[in-house]
Design a protein. Sequence first.
Length: 108
Amino acid sequence: MATTEILPFGEIIAMAPPSGQPGGSGLMSFLPMILIFIAFYFLLIRPQRKKQKQHEKMVQALEKGAKVKTTGGMFGTITGVKDDCFVIRIAENVKVEISKEAISAKID
């Protein structure tokens, strides 16, 4: 059976850092967290914002007669533009209203 040694109080106090020297500066302790945030910003947040702006620009430029693909995978031709949606013809005599956010790409 293993025995555990109990340290005397004096030895525990001796292991503590000296009172005149802090364990580390506040900024240095947060530096890894700051660097991780900066990496996430440049690798994830910034490219996503750029992609979102390009998508908004593409949707604003859509007009009657453009062929589009929706996020649901339907292909169609825009026959009408309303304030917050498009009217899309997906087959002969079949028209649906799709919100502008549901347009994923313009088909050339």
